[in-house]
Design a protein around this ligand. Structure first.
Ligand SMILES: [Zn+2]
Length: 606
């Protein structure tokens, strides 16, 4: 209590001095004012700021988050730096721009140990550290576990593996794990502070909130998922209150990105960088520090500011360069924040997007560049690139910034041109029409959303067993966009489900030419094994292992080969290994293989 009184006096003095000396009291909190407090970082995946009550959404049922804002700083204009889960979280915990930590996409990138994370700094300062994760995209193998003594990434629920689904666990399960950890600390009478991160995944598609939120939000299930998370967050905060820790906990609530919900014809997120997927909530809450709460409108907040802001408030040194700023300090006039998504290039072969966000405007570098005045046009519908002088300034600033970093194509390992041979082969396969193949990275993602929808439709038809329609749909895509790696990979799955393995293998090979991934090599190995081509099988699995040694599919492949050769003991070992490296993903398939193996051996016995 004494500390808070002193703090109030200090704040009052600071305000007075500021008012006299420089006419501005724009500091929002004093450095070190949260020293010794617990820190709880909440990231709610895929949460649009404008779907929360405290950000003005009338239909929201988010009383817990709204209450956090009432005793906290709420930054009205806050942007993430990436519309993709893993890169975005990597920037949240390091405070640096994406090209500098190098995590450019989900799945195939990893946060390297050379980076310094907020969790590492808290651990080094004697805090207990723990993270509670809800989706496989943030599994420890991707490197965000550094600094967390406990990294709870067990995912109990596997969704139907439709397009865009991941292994995940729901908010009630995550809250229960976090509450268990808090209780265990209390039982052990730990008197040092904690640094904890709780990640909720529910608002990510598919939107299927549990009862009673499903009924209450039957027409807007996305809002129902948010209401469910809010309810579960309420249980966690109540647990802190019960333990007497709430007043001593600094809570940061944000999201890794928003959701398109059809704006700009984007259903989900990842391929465009408009505010529908880039604007996020940014709330820093503590009842002692901010008893009345404050709506902050005079500065742009970014997710790279989370680490430096928390570090400054708790008096922890980051001990590394950061690109973000302490948001409680005096705001920087004309500040710009770097945005990017490489998903269009890496997944589809379309142009990558880079951008600069200012509090009042945004520039997007694309084949057709864009500039938006966010004051008059927050929905980003009126491209002013040709008419506004400021657009040229932002473009020049972005070009200079990007000059320091490796080129996106280099990072992706994608060549800018197709070889003559590739062109001819595509033509011979019947996939190229009169206009020929466009070089990779030239198509503008904002114009490709109809193709995105068609690919997803084809995948859904295939999952439903409507193979002929699925094949027709994906062939139509491949005809108009033959450089589209995602379309070839989906075509592989469609032909595979339809039992047309030779076509499936052709598609796998084409997808591998465009952008090799471990999973594609595993699939190619499977098709080769079916044909009895052991040389290709071995080579493909070696490539799969080179790209991702932890891919459980590699063990399943070796298990199949062993079973075919009659070595059932080896087959069993491989399937068990697949469960070991990835209990949820390949593990589910491996358990099925073990079941079949047992049935086969049982049959042999009789
Ligand atoms: Zn996400």
């Amino acid at each position: 209590m004494a500390r808070s009184t002193i703090l109030k006096v200090l704040l009052a003095v600071a305000l007075t001095v500021g008012g006299i000396a420089c006419g501005g009291s724009d500091r929002l909190a004093e450095p070190g004012s949260a020293a010794g407090m617990n820190v709880l970082v909440i990231t709610i995946d895929t949460l649009r700021a404008d779907r929360l009550g405290c950000y003005g959404h009338a239909g929201a049922e988010t009383p817990v988050i709204d209450a956090l804002a009432q005793t906290g700083l709420l930054f009205e204009q806050a942007t993430t730096v990436s519309p993709i889960t893993l890169p975005s979280h990597a920037s949240i915990f390091t405070g640096i721009n994406i090209p500098d930590h190098g995590v450019r996409h989900n799945g195939t990138f990893r946060l390297g140990p050379e980076n310094t994370t907020l969790a590492e700094r808290f651990a080094a300062s004697g805090y207990d550290t723990a993270a509670f994760i809800s989706a496989f995209v943030l599994d420890r193998r991707f490197g965000l576990n550094q600094g967390f003594a406990d990294y709870d990434d067990r995912f109990e629920r596997v969704l139907d593996p439709g397009p865009g689904s991941y292994a995940e666990r729901p908010a009630d399960a995550v809250t229960a794990r976090a509450m268990g950890w808090l209780q265990a600390r209390a039982n052990a009478q730990r008197d040092n502070p904690f640094f904890a991160w709780v990640h909720y995944f529910d608002p990510h598609g598919p939107y299927e909130p549990p009862s009673p939120f499903a009924e209450r939000f039957s027409s807007v299930p996305y809002d129902g998922e948010i209401a469910f998370v809010d309810h579960e967050l309420g249980r966690l905060i109540e647990a802190l209150r019960q333990l007497g820790a709430l007043e001593d906990t600094l809570i940061l609530l944000t999201s890794d990105h928003g959701e398109g919900l059809g704006e700009h014809d984007e259903a989900t997120h990842g391929d465009l960088i408009y505010d529908s997927t880039m604007r996020v909530p940014w709330i820093l809450s503590n009842p002692r520090l901010f008893p009345k709460g404050k709506l902050v409108r005079d500065r742009l907040a970014a997710t790279i500011d989370i680490a430096p802001t928390i570090a400054a408030m708790t008096g922890i040194e980051m001990n590394a360069r950061v690109d973000g700023v302490d948001l409680t300090a005096t705001p920087i006039k004309g500040r710009t924040v770097y945005l990017e998504t490489l998903a269009p290039l890496l997944d589809y072969g379309w142009a990558p997007l880079h951008g600069l966000r200012r509090i009042d405007s945004k520039f997007i570098q694309a084949p057709q560049p864009e500039f938006y005045d966010l004051i008059t046009d927050p929905a980003e519908l009126n491209n002013l690139f040709e008419s506004r002088k400021a657009a040229g300034g932002l473009r020049a600033e972005l070009t200079e910034l990007m000059g320091r970093w490796p080129d996106a194509f280099e990072v992706a390992g994608i060549r800018r041109e197709l070889t003559q041979e590739e062109q001819q082969r595509l033509a011979s396969l019947g996939y190229v029409t009169g206009q020929g193949v466009q070089p990779p990275g030239t198509r503008d993602p904002k114009k490709m959303m109809p193709v995105w929808h068609r690919i997803n439709q084809a995948a859904r038809l295939s999952v439903r067993g409507e193979h002929d329609d699925a094949i027709a749909a994906i062939r139509e895509v491949l005809t108009v966009d033959p450089g589209d790696g995602k379309a070839w990979s989906v075509a592989m799955q469609i032909y595979d489900r339809a039992g047309q393995y030779s076509e499936a293998e052709t598609c796998a090979r084409r997808a591998l030419e465009l952008r090799p991934t471990s999973d594609l090599w595993v699939n190619l190995a499977r098709f080769a094994l079916n044909r009895g081509d052991l040389a290709t099988f071995d080579g493909a699995l070696a490539e799969a292992a080179r790209l991702d040694p932890q891919n459980g599919g590699i063990h399943i492949g070796h298990g199949h080969a062993a079973a075919l050769a009659g070595d059932y003991e080896k087959a069993r070992e491989e399937f068990e290994e697949a469960i070991e490296v990835d209990p949820v993903g390949s593990g589910a398939a491996a358990r099925e293989q073990l079941r079949r193996l047992d049935a086969l051996l049982e049959q042999r016995k009789n």
